[in-house]
Design a protein around this ligand. Structure first.
Ligand code: ADP
Ligand code: MG
Length: 452
């Protein structure tokens, strides 16, 4: 049986001896439910306002007297109507303002966190900790490479707890901030005052979230201080959550005591996301960026997901940049425009240049930028002089630099046949010899392509 309820029943047993049996039965016989125990008060649910009034007027002091003796503590009773108890039990509706005041990024919630194989266990563990912060998972130690969602998950725990219990003292800090706080607290003249406010900040935490603990490596006195804070909070069952870019055992120049504490609770890692998760993240993010996410073809998302594979922050950044680019220039959401928009962001691996797709796209892109002609036009059937010239130049460059089969070049330029490709090549080849302007275009383009 619940401890609080047991105390209530023991208290009633004592009171019963002191009252007229009928009085006792009328007032107390149906009161047997505890709403909650908080700050040394046991909240007892009473059926109606009259009962509440009578207990508070005539019996409360005696009841508190008795419970104090039985429990040998300062515990007291409070009485609460059933309807009020239900009212409070509902999670409070948190306003946007309240969320913004938190020391946490507003969008870093569980709701905004996509899960896949790489992060499911970390996600479930974080949920579990958020639901029962004083559980066995203390500390929760989340580790993984940069940009994989550690801070997001850690802050989500904070949001969840605050959504359910607004007066919880959630303290978010980074190991760097902790170090700075400690330094300020100990290095200035108002030493005592500062160290006290330092203690208050960290030791009053109900939930302590410490980001990027690897920053403490090699900082011995800060580690010492963090160790004390850790011991204190852990000792009074306050939840601690830590993130790191590697497992506790892999931390270098870190006190063994601390490392072993990090392994006391639960250690979970976040791995690199698979394609499916990357796609889901892009789709979700797209919903935040534009009104009609369906307007962006899947091919575009696939291309971005295939390019940015190891860091979710970069993945999101690429999508944001692409969308901003297309929207501000009012150009279509095409895969070609991915290359143009993400120009320098795309990895420039040496062997990429020799892979079919990227060198085709790369040369089309440079030619398109140089002549100020959209890539689509290079692939179109347009016979406008300027477009034809640019297209022939692109074909010439591809053949000269990479010499792929004519048929393949034709396919990449709006399905032209090999004779057309061959003609384009010969034409530019002649012009370069005879026309200095064409030679100049060629020279500049070659330089650009070799640099990109
Ligand atoms: P870390 O702290 O591991 O370096 P962050 O938590 O800062 O990484 O995450 C980087 C970015 O990626 C953030 O914008 C975050 O919202 C986003 N992100 C990471 N994982 C997910 C996920 N599973 N679902 C949605 N967004 C994610
Ligand atoms: Mg982080």
């Amino acid at each position: 049986m619940n401890e609080s309820l047991k105390l209530w029943e023991q208290t009633l047993n004592v009171l019963k001896e002191e009252l007229d049996e009928a009085d006792f039965t009328v007032l107390f016989s149906e009161i047997n439910e505890v709403f909650k125990t908080e700050n040394s008060y046991i909240y007892i649910i009473v059926p109606n306002a009259l009962t509440k009034f009578r207990i508070e007027k005539f019996y409360i002091n005696r009841l508190n007297d008795i419970v104090g003796k039985i429990s040998r503590s300062l515990i007291k009773f409070k009485f609460i109507l059933k309807e009020d108890a239900i009212e409070i039990e509902k999670p409070p509706i948190t306003t946007k303002d309240e969320v913004n005041k938190r020391p946490l990024k507003a969008e870093y919630t569980f709701n905004n966190f996509e899960t896949g194989e790489s992060n499911r266990f970390a996600f479930l563990s974080a949920m579990k900790v958020a639901e029962t912060p004083d559980s066995l998972y203390n500390p929760l130690y989340i580790f993984g490479d940069v940009g994989l969602g550690k801070t997001h998950l850690m802050m989500a725990i904070g949001h969840y707890i605050l959504d359910n219990k607004i007066d919880t003292n959630v303290v978010y800090t980074s190991a760097q901030e902790f170090t700075e706080d400690y330094f300020l607290a100990t290095s200035t003249k108002k030493g005592k005052e500062n160290i006290e406010s330092f203690y208050r900040k960290y030791r009053d935490a109900d939930i302590l979230l410490v980001d990027d603990i690897q920053f403490l490596e090699g900082k011995h006195s800060t580690q010492e201080e963090f160790f004390k804070v850790f011991e204190y909070l852990h000792g009074i069952n306050k939840q601690i959550v830590i993130t790191s870019d590697r497992s506790a055992n892999e931390l270098k120049n870190m006190m063994t005591r601390l490392k072993s504490r990090f392994n006391w609770g639960l250690s979970v890692d976040i791995k690199v996301p698979d394609k499916n998760l990357r796609m889901n993240i892009l789709k979700r993010k797209l919903g935040f960026l534009i009104e009609n996410p369906k307007g962006v073809p899947n091919d575009v998302l696939e291309l971005i997901a295939d390019t940015f594979t190891s860091n979710i922050r970069d993945l999101e950044g690429a999508l944001r940049r692409y969308i901003t680019y297309c929207v501000s220039l009012n150009i279509p959401f095409s895969t070609d425009n991915v290359y143009v928009a993400l120009d320098r962001l795309l990895p420039e691996k040496e062997d990429d240049k020799h892979q079919n797709h990227s060198y085709f796209e790369n040369i089309k892109k440079e030619v398109s930028l140089y002549f100020q002609i959209p890539i689509q036009d290079l692939e179109s059937s347009s016979r406008k002089q300027q477009i034809t010239y640019a297209r022939q130049m692109a074909i010439y460059l591809i053949k000269t630099l990479y010499n792929p089969p004519l048929k393949q070049i034709g396919e990449k330029f709006g399905n032209r046949d090999h004779a057309t490709v061959s003609h384009a090549y010969d034409k530019i080849n002649n012009l370069i010899k005879n026309n200095p302007l064409v030679k100049c275009d060629y020279d500049i383009l070659i330089k650009k392509i070799n640099k990109s």
